[in-house]
Ligand binder design. Structure first.
Ligand code: ZN
Ligand code: ZN
Length: 302
């Protein structure tokens, strides 16, 4: 089972020579989620060697162009490639008119099974194949939702304990399915395997829900549009600085911090790393287009 993030684009507002508009493909076992397809996402997927067929779900934080102008191309491609399964699309319900336009932006033979699932209110939750997907409103110049995916706890069988109880072969599967086998319970021969988690926080000033989304996740993808020298403007327009992103990661106990959505005003991306590093001592990835970021191994107790 593969768990990794493919970065398709990392620019805020406008693409640059080296950074496409946003786009992130999360592979979490069988669930493949495309987040915020900005303009050019279809071609970036080609450059990354990724097909649209595995996509099970699309999550849009908000309807600014750098997060959604690629949606028409991706939806048309899903149709063209005859993707056989339904593809859910999550987006802020307040942006329904933008969704409707992007969904039917041009004429094509539309035979895809696209299922709109808008998010509204103080919290949105959906049970999906790998766990629970939550969307929480953020603080930006138009309605914006961040996303959080949490895999439930599981159990890991311990070979020595199985042997001690004389359980082997098909009995192991039976015990896992039924929760017990004769007098032996699942708890006696297994340990807890913590679930993994992921959060996606785009285009927001600092607010409580940034922390609620990021809490304890294995991987946090978060906008870091600005540097501290422009912190006043960042706050005015509803964006974060790299230092704020680092502080969120520290306070939330994040394992891997992925910084992205960079303003084109800065030439040297190492400055984002330096500023985040003053706040966070864990793993920091300054995202570049077409980069793959693997999920970290399950943590120590798992
Ligand atoms: Zn943006
Ligand atoms: Zn925005």
């Amino acid at each position: 089972m593969t768990r990794e993030l493919a970065v398709l684009g990392t620019a805020s507002q406008v693409p640059t020579r080296h950074r496409n508009h946003n786009g992130y493909l999360l592979r979490f076992d069988d669930e493949v989620i495309l987040f915020d397809p900005g303009e050019g996402t279809q071609r970036q997927m080609l450059m990354a060697g990724l097909a649209v067929t595995p996509i099970t779900r699309i999550c849009i934080t908000h309807f600014h162009g750098d997060h959604s102008l690629g949606l028409p191309g991706i939806l048309q491609r899903i149709s063209l490639d005859k993707v056989p399964h339904p593809v859910a699309v999550h987006y802020p319900a307040a942006g329904q008119e933008y969704y409707d336009r992007l969904r039917h932006a041009t004429s094509y033979w539309d035979n895809a099974d696209i299922v709109p699932v808008p998010a509204s209110g103080a919290a949105f939750e959906a049970e999906i194949s790998v766990g629970r997907l939550t969307a929480l409103p953020l603080w930006h110049s138009l309605p914006t939702y961040g996303y959080r995916l949490v895999e439930p706890e599981g159990r890991r069988m311990v070979p020595d304990l199985l042997a001690a109880h004389g359980i082997a072969g098909p009995d192991v599967g039976e015990l896992q399915r039924a929760g017990r086998l004769g007098d032996v319970t699942l708890a006696q021969v297994s340990t807890i395997r913590p679930g993994q988690s992921f959060a996606f926080v785009m285009d927001t000033g600092l607010c409580d829900n940034v922390y609620a989304l990021a809490e304890g996740v294995d991987m946090l993808v978060i906008e870091s549009t600005f540097l501290t020298e422009d912190a006043t403007m960042a706050e005015m327009v509803g964006h974060l600085t790299a230092a704020q992103a680092g502080a969120v990661a520290r306070e939330s106990g994040v394992r891997v911090l992925v910084l992205t959505h960079f303003s084109q005003r800065y030439q040297d991306a190492s400055r984002f790393l330096a500023e985040a590093r003053t706040q966070f001592s864990g793993e920091i990835v300054v995202a570049e287009d077409l980069m793959r970021v693997p999920f970290p191994p399950r943590n120590a107790t798992g």
